[in-house]
Design a protein around this ligand. Structure first.
Ligand SMILES: [Zn+2]
Length: 451
């Protein structure tokens, strides 16, 4: 296996590149990813990367995607490293530093996207560059995709590539955000490799009533109907439990690594009935996280009714963000909701993406697991079902098996969950020092030609 020549130099380069990427502001909406794409193009060209192995495609003006390819000998199908360049908006006055300044202070890089996911992408880019520079012989093509529009619906990014430029990203496997990065769970360091994600199903719930003058109230006011329905959904706590193969793997993997007599109890959670009882008893964050992994969930987020205070409206609406366990359909969750609120409220599907679930019984997954355990032998490494959606749900439509893998060790107490999409997003350089060699080894193990 080829060794990474100079880790220190490569980490320095990641930091420099990440700073440039943070400074190219790409808040989505509107996205405007082109300037950040040109930063990457420039980095590749300065490294001598051949122009004809690099393609930029735009779905509309300024919504650009860059795909670069290092050729292997073709004996195996390609591996795709995909990272999105768009970021979520910021509340500038809540930040202690300029979110687009890219400041490096005491070994920490600050800025929107430092984690999600310009930082991760800078690490993918580095492995790609170093493989190119060190002329590592490959048995499969290595494809780097820097893409648009992950944070607002995939239309100009992964969905666009899959539907209109599939030849560019066609691969057997892919890696993208969301895995093998340290979560502190009490004293345990947890590394979750994302192998599945939930589907999205946005519903509009509509109550129809009778209009009238508000001075003479009547009982057909749709605001009451809608409010009652939402209260019923709140009280039920959770929808029916659906245990997926990924969830079983998570339990078994955790059970086999935890050195505790309690570990055998994880098998009890294979039962949907016991799981449902557990959900009824748990409270707080652990209940919320577990519920998100084993049930279709719903969050009412927008309410709408009436336009004048003295007029009883004829319609009241709520928008509900539902997330579906892989394998569940919008019709399934609507049936579960109707079972609770009855037929009086209309439910309309507004937007949906399917969930994704990839096998842990693959050569690549084994490498990811093995390398993560080697990175932190005392940590707990398990496969994970991600409640949110990533580009993996689009890439699966091209038959690509995608894992969330952006490895690295974070210092104790580092609040990654708060910082990604939150205020003061930042990443310690030590994360790259620990993660880059792991990603390098994974790509070499999986793509390198023995010889
Ligand atoms: Zn992201």
């Amino acid at each position: 296996m080829t060794e990474l020549m100079n880790i220190k130099m490569s980490v320095d380069e990641i930091v420099t590149n990440l700073v440039s990427l943070i400074q190219a502001e790409t808040i989505n909406p509107p996205g405007n990813e082109l300037p950040a794409i040109l930063v990457i193009k420039d980095i590749l060209e300065r490294a001598g990367f051949p122009q004809d192995a690099l393609t930029i495609v735009e779905s509309v003006s300024n919504r650009a995607n860059l795909v670069a390819r290092i050729k292997g000998d073709g004996s195996e199908r390609p591996l795709l490293l995909s990272g999105h360049l768009d970021v979520v908006p910021v509340e500038r006055d809540r930040w202690s530093r300029n979110p687009f300044g890219g400041e490096v202070v005491n070994g920490v890089v600050w800025g929107r996207g430092a984690l999600d996911m310009k930082g991760f992408l800078a690490m993918y880019l580095q492995v790609f560059l170093d493989i190119f520079r060190q002329k590592v012989p490959l048995k499969r093509d290595l494809i780097l995709a820097a893409i648009a529009d992950e944070e607002a619906g995939f239309t100009h990014g992964s969905k666009f590539l899959v539907e209109q430029h599939r030849e560019l990203i066609n691969a057997e496997y892919g890696l993208t955000e969301g895995g093998a990065i340290t979560y502190y769970f009490g004293k345990t360091r947890l590394y979750t490799i994302q192998v599945a994600e939930k589907g999205v199903c946005w519903l509009r719930a509509r109550a129809i009533g009778k209009p009238g003058h508000a001075s003479i109230p009547h009982s057909d006011n749709p605001v009451f109907f809608l409010a009652q329905a939402i209260e019923k959904l709140r009280r039920v706590g959770h929808l029916p439990v659906h245990i997926t193969p990924t969830f079983l793997k998570m339990l078994d993997s955790a059970g086999s690594q935890i050195q505790s007599p309690l570990s055998s109890l994880t098998r009890l959670l294979h039962s949907p009935i016991l799981m449902s009882m557990l959900l009824d008893r748990l409270k707080g964050d652990s209940r919320n996280m577990l519920r998100a992994m084993v049930t279709n969930t719903l969050s009412p987020t927008i309410l709408r009714a009436g336009s004048k205070v003295n007029v009883i409206p004829s319609i009241a609406e709520a928008e509900i963000d539902c997330r579906l366990v892989p394998g569940q359909t919008p019709e399934d969750v609507k049936r579960e909701i109707r079972h609770i609120i009855g037929d009086r409220i209309e439910l309309e599907t507004v937007y949906t993406t399917s969930g994704a679930e990839f096998s842990t019984e693959t050569a690549l997954y084994k490498i990811l697991e093995q390398r993560t355990r080697k990175m932190d032998p005392d940590g707990l490494t398990i496969p994970m079902l991600m409640p949110g959606a990533t580009d993996a749900c689009q890439y699966q439509n091209a038959g690509i098996k995608v894992y969330g893998f952006t490895p690295g060790i974070l210092p104790p107490g580092f609040p990654i969950m708060q910082l990604a999409h939150g205020h003061d997003e930042r990443v310690p350089v030590s994360y790259f020092e620990t993660g880059l060699p792991v990603l390098w080894d994974v790509v070499n193990d999986f793509c390198g030609r023995p010889g």
